[in-house]
Design a binder for this molecule. Structure first.
Ligand SMILES: [Ca+2]
Ligand SMILES: [Ca+2]
Ligand SMILES: [Ca+2]
Ligand SMILES: [Ca+2]
Length: 479
């Protein structure tokens, strides 16, 4: 007699207990006009107690999805039926023809219990697909068992073949190196979840910075924790290199600790020490105490190249919370530092110090792109065409109504825009077929990667479980 009583108790508390559970659709459907979608997959975050439930669908938006249907483990929404447990919800429908790319319809999926109370209410957005000229898709993650299943992606040429690789780190502690081969991201080294693999890199896995610090043509990673330690990818695995060995007197540690951060770039191409080539990357350390210092690795320790020594009158000081690598915008082989505050300003290293170079001086745009960017919009830096050796600035809006993406580069006297999804008629809110506006409840994340040696950088776009890569359609056009 005890078991039925327990089930009854569960059923009675169901409305309150299950109201926090929702069905999350991920990724949400992006469907071309006039086409159907059949397998939009949602996962229920809770577990329904056994009982009779009724599932309903409603929709709102500028057009009506036809034949809109949902099912729970094959049980089709409609009448009261017996459903139980956790499940995948499958949604399908047909978009009318002649609807506008980027338009969205919100679909609401509800589950009612036998008392007529709402046990779950979930929404998803169905977006009309589109295609903006200028970019083409070269890769889509086919499953979550590869690159897309990892939460962090560190990009660098770790094996020195001229193509950038990806060191991917998962929330469960897997670390895997991926290489672009045969038009796919293939597995290389992996720790297979082991904390002992990789020469001690494991404890640093969530806070790595990437650069070619020793100038040998391969990128290292610098792990920043209570110790700061460099790891080299040699002989098929990660190897322990220089380390602060826990010294709190170490100046790289002091600059990175307690809210400080490290900016990597080839900021100085003149004064590299020792016998290293001029492509050795430096580190700009931004100490929370206000000191901003340039470091360079000399093979056994870090040389102190330059510092503000805490001066509040140096032009960089006002940008100390938001300094980053601004790329090599003029193509001279040397990276600038970009400060993003109320003004955007670049700093160029010359004559033994960082000098103020270019600035918005408070203007509300950069080459027509609104500045400061709203909703944490992306600013990607890298060379995405083959017309020139200058790095572009790629501005991509984020947020629920994101609709612009624009590339900008240095024309010799000012920044000018070259490609924009709005430079076509009709303009659609896409890069290639990637929708800019939020989907599945969140913004996208973006990165640039030189997947092929000597080729332009590709664009990574990621949202929810969807991960794709795009390349410019015409690398000889000016982006
Ligand atoms: Ca490589
Ligand atoms: Ca190196
Ligand atoms: Ca350098
Ligand atoms: Ca370029």
């Amino acid at each position: 007699m005890r078991l039925p009583l327990i089930l009854l108790a569960l059923a009675l508390v169901l409305p309150g207990a299950s109201s926090a559970a929702t069905v999350s659709f991920c990724p949400e459907p992006v469907v071309p006009s006039g086409q159907n979608f059949v397998n939009s997959n949602g996962s229920y975050s809770g577990a329904l107690a056994s009982g009779m439930y009724r599932m309903t669908l409603s929709q709102s938006g500028p057009f009506t999805i036809q034949n809109l249907q949902a099912s729970w483990n094959g049980v089709v929404a409609g009448a009261y039926q017996q459903i139980i447990g956790s499940s995948n919800v499958i949604l399908s429908g047909i978009l009318p023809s002649n609807v506008t790319p980027g338009q969205t319809v919100t679909v609401t999926f509800r589950i009612y219990n036998i008392l007529g109370q709402v046990a779950d209410s979930s929404t998803l957005t169905v977006t009309v697909g589109g295609q903006s000229p200028g970019w083409q898709k070269v890769w889509t993650a086919s499953s979550q068992s590869g690159l897309a299943g990892y939460s962090k992606h560190y990009i660098g040429d770790f094996d020195g073949d001229g193509a950038e690789d990806i060191l991917a780190v998962s929330t469960s502690g897997w670390m895997t190196l991926f290489h672009w081969h045969n038009n796919d991201w293939e597995w290389g080294w992996s720790n297979y979840g082991s904390s002992s693999a990789g020469g001690g890199i494991y404890p640093y896995r969530n806070n790595l910075v990437v650069g070619d610090f020793d100038g040998d043509g391969k990128d290292e990673v610098l792990g920043v924790s209570s110790w700061v330690t460099m790891f080299h990818f040699d002989n098929g695995t990660w190897n322990w290199g220089w380390s602060s060995n826990g010294s709190t007197q170490d100046q790289l540690y002091a600059h990175a600790n307690g809210g400080g951060y490290l900016v990597v770039g080839n900021f100085d191409t003149v004064n590299n020490s020792g016998n290293s080539p001029v492509n050795k990357d430096e580190i700009l350390g931004v100490n929370p105490n206000g000191w901003i210092t340039l470091f360079r690795f000399n093979g056994s320790s870090w040389d102190w190249v330059w510092s503000t020594y805490g001066s509040t009158s140096h032009g960089m000081y006002g940008y100390r919370s938001s300094l980053r690598n601004g790329g090599d915008t003029n193509g001279d082989g040397q990276d600038e530092v970009l400060g993003l505050s109320g003004w955007a300003t670049t700093f160029n290293f010359a004559n033994n110090g960082f000098n103020w170079a270019w600035s918005t001086y408070g203007a509300n745009n950069i080459a027509g792109v609104g500045y400061p960017q709203a909703n944490s919009g992306a600013l990607l830096v890298g060379n995405i065409d083959q017309l020139d050796s200058r790095d572009e600035w790629f501005f991509i809006q984020k947020g629920p109504s994101a609709s612009w993406a624009t590339t900008v580069d240095w024309s010799g006297s000012q920044f000018t825009w070259n490609w924009s999804n709005h430079n076509y008629s009709p303009a659609v809110s896409f890069i290639g077929d990637w929708p800019l506006a939020n989907n599945a409840g969140g913004s996208a994340s973006y990165a640039l990667v030189r997947a092929v040696a000597g080729q332009p950088k590709y664009l990574f776009a990621r949202r929810c479980k969807d991960m794709r890569m795009y390349v410019v359609s015409n690398p000889l056009a000016n982006y």
